[in-house]
Design a protein around this ligand. Structure first.
Ligand SMILES: Cc1cc2nc3c(=O)[nH]c(=O)nc-3n(C[C@H](O)[C@H](O)[C@H](O)COP(=O)(O)OP(=O)(O)OC[C@H]3O[C@@H](n4cnc5c(N)ncnc54)[C@H](O)[C@@H]3O)c2cc1C
Length: 510
């Protein structure tokens, strides 16, 4: 019998474990995967991106029931072991209603102020480097980033200068990296293979290193790996979860806990609730609103490789972003989105994306000249975009929306790059995330258990407690009401700290 069971050890689960660790309560973190192995393949782009060495072999279904293999990482630290560690706060405006080309992005029941202090703490916990105030859309904070920005390498500085000359306002990208060597580091240090790769050198600010390992220093916190939660059972009244059924080494076991925190990621948390239907909840647990699994969002994402006139020998290019089109402006009535740099492509990635080399280039030469950009725009919550489970298999039914802003954003970037006279060809890159909207790349998944004041129209309340159950909290990307256009992890981390405080001050007090 545990006081608290946390399902999932990613951004949400690991961070709430960290926050609750000093409560003295008996806490168990259940993780379906294992530790990511430290091996030379960690840095091998063929192994990581083409052979998908570290992603699940599970198959999901799309809306036409066509199976696909999702880019999901089931391991200690969750998807943060592989993320790019671009750690952004949502903008103040993201919490309010915003009109977009494709419809309305709804207001949240909380405001930016409710998370502000937790964002700062999350930045400290995850070693964020950045320059406060350089991003014109960033919410104000009197405290600087905990660490100075990562300097641009020379070629990237040139691109920044060119965009500045063009009239844009590139800013220092907030990135979570712990540069201090520490005892547990067990591989030579490099930031070269970072974005999308696991970091055996343990400098990436991920949830395993920044949160979970600190929680596990407490004797009252335990981690169970290779243990998949299969279903959650409730009491007869349907007021509380009483049993957590898990599969471990081929065996089924039942665990019990007073409090359950579900942090399996927006897709898997929704799937687990739907799979746990019972007489009291025939449509799935915590789903009297029929909203579990609905409003699935994962951003509109595009990876763009632009070929520079001169070679780009940058090792770590992920040092600037552009938010000039994040809000409506004098040229555009509605928001377009956000641009940031992406990890540098190599020839294997380029070859896999481009059937023929660009005119005058070999694949090797293309890789040498590649400058990589990542564009994100908001997708809007639509109840018909949803996660369901069919005969035990996850199904993602998704139709894209709000594309116009994203298309305009791509066109703006290409126009700006061409204006510098330095960029020639442009290639949309698919190997890392996808060429465009591809449900097989659910990296920024959110919205499936949305937060709201009304139990009839939302799944969790403003403290992430399930409206329908007394002892269930859902703390992962699921609570998002709208997706914003910046990367989601810092918001999940900040929310985990906030919910942890709420639990300590009220629920776990005795
Ligand atoms: C390649 C890549 C790059 C990214 N780059 C960025 C970035 O630069 N910035 C950013 O903010 N975000 C980025 N993201 C997204 C970021 O990683 C996620 O937003 C974040 O990890 C989500 O946190 P979470 O707690 O919701 O879920 P996760 O981190 O996915 O954690 C969920 C955990 O639950 C476990 N689990 C699932 N089901 C079960 C079950 N039934 N039983 C037990 N355990 C279970 C999983 O194994 C996993 O460990 C990136 C993601 C990817 C894949």
């Amino acid at each position: 019998m545990y006081d608290v069971i946390i399902i999932g050890s990613g951004a949400g689960g690991a961070t709430i474990a960290y926050r609750l660790a000093d409560s003295g309560k008996k806490i168990l973190v259940i993780e379906r995967g294992d530790y990511v192995p430290v091996e030379k393949e960690n840095w091998d782009s063929v192994e990581v991106f083409q052979k998908n060495r570290y992603t699940t072999t599970d198959l999901w279904l799309d809306k036409h029931d066509k199976p696909f293999r999702p880019g999901m990482h089931y391991n200690v630290g969750g998807n943060t072991k592989f993320y790019g560690a671009a750690l952004f706060r949502l903008r103040e405006e993201d919490f309010k209603e915003i009109q977009h080309y494709g419809g309305v992005s709804p207001a949240w029941p909380i405001q930016y102020e409710d998370l502000k202090g937790y964002y700062l703490e999350a930045e400290k916990l995850f070693h964020v480097h950045g320059k406060r105030g350089s991003d014109p859309t960033e919410p104000y904070d009197s405290e600087p980033y905990p660490n100075p920005p990562i300097p641009h390498e020379p070629r990237i500085q040139e691109v920044v200068d060119e965009l500045n000359n063009y009239g844009w306002h590139p800013f220092e990208l907030p990135i979570g990296v712990n540069f201090k060597p520490h005892e547990t580091a067990n591989a030579p240090y490099t930031l070269d293979r970072f974005d999308g790769f696991p970091d055996a050198a343990e400098r990436k600010g991920d949830a395993h290193l920044c949160s979970l390992s600190k929680a596990l220093e407490y004797p009252n916190v335990e981690l169970m790996v290779n243990t998949k939660v299969l279903r959650l059972n409730t009491n007869e009244d349907g007021t509380k979860i009483t049993e957590i059924v898990v599969e471990q080494n081929g065996e089924t076991k039942t665990l019990t806990s007073d409090l359950i925190i579900l942090s399996a990621g927006a897709i898997n948390s929704a799937a687990l609730l739907l799979e746990s239907k019972n007489e009291k909840f025939p449509n799935g647990l915590a789903n009297s609103s029929d909203q579990v699994g609905r409003n699935y969002m994962f951003h509109q994402n595009t990876a763009l490789v632009a070929l520079y006139a001169e070679p780009n020998y940058t090792k770590f290019g992920k040092t600037f972003g552009v938010n000039d089109f994040y809000h409506a402006n004098k040229d555009y009535e509605f928001p377009l989105g956000h641009i940031q740099m992406l990890g540098k492509s190599d020839e294997h990635q380029i070859k896999a994306d481009s059937p023929v080399a660009a005119p005058g280039f070999t694949f090797e030469l293309m890789a040498e000249h590649a400058v990589d950009f990542w564009l994100t725009s908001e997708d809007l919550p639509d109840p018909e975009n949803r996660v369901t489970v069919e005969n035990g298999q996850i199904k993602i039914s998704y139709s894209s929306n709000n594309q116009k802003g994203h298309e305009l954003l791509k066109a703006e970037l290409i126009k700006a790059l061409k204006a510098s006279g330095k960029f020639e060809s442009f290639l949309f890159k698919g190997i890392y995330f996808s060429k465009g909207m591809d449900i097989a790349s659910p990296a920024h998944q959110n919205g499936t258990t949305k937060m709201g004041l009304e139990p009839k129209t939302s799944v969790v309340d403003t403290n992430c407690k399930a409206h329908d159950l007394d002892n269930l909290y859902i703390v992962d990307g699921g609570f998002f009401v709208s997706s914003g256009a910046v990367n989601p992890a810092l918001t999940i981390i900040a929310m985990a700290l906030r919910v942890g405080d709420h639990l300590k001050s009220s629920v776990l007090k005795s």
